[in-house]
Design a protein around this ligand. Structure first.
Ligand SMILES: [Zn+2]
Length: 193
């Protein structure tokens, strides 16, 4: 099995960068594209090809968003990276569908050599304000399924279990039945095509 792993030095969302220029302090709200505890997944099944893209605040996965400098932080980042390199342990796919990973690509400022996270100041609930760095982690997987017609759903329970501070995942699925958007959580973790 051939594996392709690219680690790019930074992947700031334009909206996050734009926030850094906001003159007003603001609380995390529904308009904020980066809400701790909330991640998003895009899944596209087309023919034999299954593509999965996970976009999460680094907070949900490693527990912090600053560039790792201490040995403990570096070890945590490395262990999360190794977990993310094994999509078949995070995404429950029907075994009969015969899906195999063909490539993956992980991106985050935390995986780069130089810190590129933008400092963003905001008040959380008005009681205090602080400087806080926000960083995302994006994982993009390509899989090939020998019997894609048997892939009825994706079970995200292993992902919620591996990263318990993830409370909600907004899922967009595109498959044989068209496009669907839904929310998954730890007690409702399976999403059907
Ligand atoms: Zn954040």
């Amino acid at each position: 099995m051939r594996r392709l792993l690219l680690v790019l030095p930074f992947a700031l969302l334009p909206l996050v960068a734009a926030h850094a220029h906001d003159e007003h302090d603001h609380a995390h709200g529904s308009l904020d594209p980066h809400e701790h505890g909330v991640a998003s997944i895009n899944a596209v099944l087309e023919g034999n090809a299954l593509e999965l893209e996970l976009d999460s605040p680094a907070m949900n996965l490693v527990g912090f968003e600053h560039a790792a400098s201490s040995d403990a932080d570096k070890a945590k980042v490395e262990s999360v990276r190794q977990q993310l390199e094994q999509p078949l342990t995070l995404f429950g796919l029907d075994k009969d569908a015969g899906c195999r990973e063909s490539a993956n690509e992980l991106k985050s400022p935390l995986f780069g050599k130089a810190p590129t996270a933008k400092a963003e100041s905001h008040g959380h609930d008005g009681s205090h304000e602080h400087e806080h760095q926000h960083s995302d982690i994006t994982a993009h997987y390509k899989l090939t399924c020998s019997s894609p017609e048997k892939l009825a759903q994706i079970d995200l329970a292993p992902l919620f279990k591996a990263f318990p501070t993830t409370h909600k995942i907004n899922v967009q699925l595109i498959g044989p039945n068209g496009q669907k958007g839904m929310e998954a959580n730890a007690s409702q973790a399976a999403v059907a095509f």
